[in-house]
Design a protein. Structure first.
Length: 185
């Protein structure tokens, strides 16, 4: 429950920094993304059944989609919105719900990374904000790799370490994303 408390504090921090925000749209994307991450974490901590876990993964999909929409340009938005339904159609019917949601999440995370790198290269955000966004995406990737290791049946002996790594990288990622919306100069 401590990790949920950390996520709540990050969300509250995001709400309190409105006077120093870059702009309203950017701030709204970050706040809603953090809210969906908090929602996802609650569902993944509860994890009573397969459906609950799938809802948590889908909430993380929304979170990463919001990070992508925040950083990417208008043309990328249209391509992304058109591509998501195609992904649902292409996946074979025999794949279970959680695996489907996980595949969608990988695509959402990849898009968010693409948006972060594009925003960094084009200078969409001032320094250090653009650095925060790229570092946060790298932390999300490491955290997600740790989730994969945590759920690997052959690595049960390392579950505790994987769980620790998940939160060592996930919380800083959310903190950096929250800070990236603040005008620092």
């Amino acid at each position: 429950m401590l990790r949920i408390a950390f996520m709540v504090s990050i969300f509250v921090h995001s709400l309190l920094c409105k006077n120093h925000a870059i702009n309203r749209r950017d701030t709204a994307y970050v706040r809603v993304a953090i809210a969906f991450a908090l929602f996802a974490d609650v569902f993944l901590v509860v994890n009573e059944d397969y459906t609950t876990y799938a809802v948590g993964v889908l909430a993380f999909c929304v979170c990463q989609t919001l990070h992508f929409l925040r950083t990417a340009g208008y043309k990328e938005h249209i391509k992304y919105v058109l591509a998501l339904p195609v992904v649902f159609l292409v996946l074979p019917r025999g794949i279970d719900v959680v695996t489907r949601c996980s595949i969608i999440y990988i695509l959402c995370l990849s898009s968010a990374i693409y948006g972060a790198v594009t925003a960094f290269r084009t200078g969409k955000y001032d320094s250090p904000n653009r650095h925060f966004i790229v570092i946060a995406m790298a932390c999300f990737v490491i955290s997600d790799i740790s989730v994969l290791l945590y759920n690997a049946p052959s690595l049960k002996a390392y579950q505790e370490l994987s769980l620790y790594l998940i939160w060592c990288f996930c919380l800083p990622a959310h903190i950096l994303m929250s800070l990236s919306k603040i005008r620092l100069r």
